[in-house]
Design a protein around this ligand. Structure first.
Ligand code: COD
Ligand code: ZN
Length: 374
């Protein structure tokens, strides 16, 4: 335990949007009460990190991005009881304090202490644990995993099985629960049903895996990047559509293919047009559309309300509705026990120092998930 010392280490700083990250030495303060300092072992690079770097979703900068992390507890602050130095952990963009009115409710996962919807870039006491060249650096959703060491609130840290393979389980911090939970908890996909998934990235393909595991009879995959089609087919997509190669709107094609619309539609891109297209792809009465993507800051959804009147529904899902600390470590145990295999979602691995290459791979559509190894 070195909980009173500042650690100097390498981190990737996003000084501004629309520029590469800069690998620099940062000072990481010791954890304050209720906080945990973690040595990051691996981190996934999520579409959300890309949206932020592209300036689509606004967060305070300069910041250390990354929220899909697996690591080992280095030291703990006063009062921390659920983890100790040496424990393997995941970091979660949504905390679970297990005390607030929202955590105590059996449904939902939006802890009152969450920072995802209106990110401050700061710890709950309003300060930061990162300094670079004398400047205060913000965190991302209270996590920040593109750094050798980070400080996270205990309520956003989940202790996982000591047997967890650390190069693989980082995607259990975001992509896997977000996709699986959208299917199992939010949509509740039924055997024999028809599904359409808009966006075949890491999260979209986790949705596909969930639909397949639920016994869906048909899974239509929609993406503008056809490089995503072979891996999507391998995971269970039965029909692939590229909206740019169709003569009519993709929702019309989906309706024709399914005799009036699918049972379940998922938007896993983060775009208002595709949310409406996904909604219109659903059957008018029992169709359920689940919005997983976060559309650009300050955008507005616009559609004819008659779409909802005949009982079609539109729901949102964040982190798959899982109460993070209570549920996600169990998913890791299921993975270790080979109840499912999410390894195919990881198509690339790179050393952390090559993080900008990882962003390029995601931009170019060459990868599903690139895991950074520290
Ligand atoms: N039509 C069809 N496909 C498209 C379009 C379009 N107009 N635009 C992009 N796509 C495809 C891309 O080619 C790509 O294959 C896919 O959509 C997106 O994949 P990725 O790999 O960039 O993104 P993911 O899968 O890692 O993440 C997708 C999210 C929607 C989850 C993410 O971007 C997001 O909006 N997150 C915020 C909401 C959230 O869940 N937050 C919790 C923590 S992340
Ligand atoms: Zn994410």
């Amino acid at each position: 335990e070195t909980s009173s010392t500042v650690i100097t280490c390498w981190a990737a700083i996003a000084w501004t949007a629309n520029a590469p990250l800069s690998i620099e030495k940062v000072e990481v303060d010791p954890p304050k009460p209720g906080e945990v300092r973690i040595k990051i072992i691996s981190s996934g690079l999520c579409g959300t990190d890309k949206h932020i770097l592209d300036g689509k979703n606004k967060v305070p900068l300069p910041a250390i991005l990354g929220h899909e992390g697996a690591g080992i507890v280095e030291s703990i602050g006063e009062g921390v009881t659920s983890v100790k130095p040496g424990d393997k952990v995941l970091t979660f963009p949504i905390p679970e304090c297990k005390e607030c009115q929202f955590c105590l409710h059996p449904k939902g996962n939006m802890c009152l202490k969450e920072k995802v919807l209106s990110p401050t870039g700061l710890m709950l006491d309003g300060t930061s644990r990162f300094t670079c060249r004398g400047r205060k650096i913000y965190n991302l959703f209270g996590t920040s995993t593109f750094t050798e060491y980070t400080v996270v609130h205990e309520i956003a840290v989940g202790k996982i099985d000591a047997a967890a393979p650390m190069d693989k389980v980082c995607i259990m911090s975001c992509a896997v629960p977000t996709g699986f939970g959208a299917v199992f908890n939010t949509a509740r996909v039924t055997p024999g049903s028809t599904c359409v998934v808009f966006g075949l990235g890491g999260v979209g393909l986790a949705v596909v895996m969930g639909c397949k595991a639920s016994g869906a009879s048909r899974i239509i995959g929609v993406d503008i990047n056809e490089k995503k089609f072979p891996p999507a087919r391998a995971l269970g997509v039965t029909d692939c559509l590229n909206p740019r190669n169709l003569k009519k709107p993709v929702q019309e094609v989906v309706k024709e293919m399914t005799g009036g619309g699918v049972d379940f539609a998922f938007e896993v891109i983060g775009n208002t047009d595709t949310v409406v297209a996904a909604l219109e792809s659903c059957h008018m009465s029992y169709g359920v559309c689940v919005m997983v993507g976060e559309s650009p800051s300050n955008s507005r959804l616009s559609f004819d309300p008659i779409l909802l009147l005949p009982e079609r529904s539109l729901k949102g899902s964040i982190m798959g509705e899982y109460k993070t600390r209570s549920c996600i470590p169990k998913l890791v145990t299921d993975y270790i026990q080979k109840k499912f295999n999410t390894d195919p979602l990881i198509t690339h691995q790179l050393p952390f120092q090559k993080i900008n290459e990882a962003f390029e791979l995601l931009h170019g559509g060459y990868c599903i998930r690139c895991v950074l190894l520290f």
